[in-house]
Design a binder for this molecule. Structure first.
Ligand code: MD6
Ligand code: FE
Length: 219
């Protein structure tokens, strides 16, 4: 007979990993991406060789402290004219690199485990944080519909994720995100304010950057 604990969904995770709800609709899947992290990073670097990380300018004219690029059929961009999804990399003039199968399957499986079946991402925004980088509280609302969840994968240096509320003024909860952690959110949590606190260097074997992949159905 199978030992009873092989019947729990937690069996999908490696030993010692955890799944933790942040609020209804939002779940932290601790270490979900860890077994595939090397392959994800290899694909990330391959994409960045084609469409490099760059510090985009906000509509207000300030360069962001986080460097960004994209893969998939649409990429999130910001410039003086505003925020939008664009099928081309404005820097190269070419379409964004294709979303690799490693990325797509991870995002679909994480969404599924978190209760969002049939997630079909068409966009992956890739963020690169260096020590001193931060991302102020925001909502993700440039996608066409808010029915699809967002899947967010953390790689490299740990960071403190700020998990706020339905309004900007709610004091955010602080959640430490480590290499291999995945956060999935949607439904009642889809428009929750969130951000990333100033990244601190650590001289750790995780390298000099934190990377974050956010998968969306943007179209
Ligand atoms: C980050 N993430 O973790 C920034 N947005 O680097 C986001 O802004 C984000 O993680 C929507 C959904 C998940 C996220
Ligand atoms: Fe966001």
């Amino acid at each position: 007979m199978m030992p009873p604990d092989t019947m729990f969904p937690a069996d999908l995770f490696e030993e010692g990993r955890r799944a933790m709800p942040l609020q209804p609709g939002a779940m932290l899947l601790g270490g979900f991406a860890s077994p595939r992290a090397d392959a994800l990073l290899a694909d990330l670097h391959r994409i960045a060789d084609v469409s490099p990380f760059r510090k985009m300018v906000t509509p207000g004219g300030w360069p962001m402290s986080v460097a960004m690029t994209n893969c998939g059929s649409l990429g999130w961009v910001t410039d003086r004219t505003g925020y939008r999804y664009d099928p081309r990399d404005p820097q190269t003039g070419d379409p964004w690199p294709e979303m690799p199968e490693t990325f797509r399957s991870l995002a679909e499986q994480a969404a599924d485990v978190a209760g969002y079946a049939r997630f079909e991402p068409d966009s992956c925004l890739m963020n690169r944080y260096e020590p001193g980088s931060r991302l102020s509280l925001h909502q993700d609302r440039n996608e066409r519909d808010f029915d699809a969840p967002i899947v967010s994968v953390s790689l490299g240096l740990p960071a403190t994720f700020l998990w706020g509320g339905a309004t900007r003024s709610e004091k955010p909860m602080r959640v430490r995100l480590y290499h291999g952690d995945v956060v999935v959110w949607g439904g009642p949590a889809r428009l929750t304010f969130h951000g990333v606190d100033t990244l601190r260097g650590s001289g750790s074997p995780a390298g000099e950057f934190r990377y974050n992949l956010t998968f969306r159905a943007a179209r």
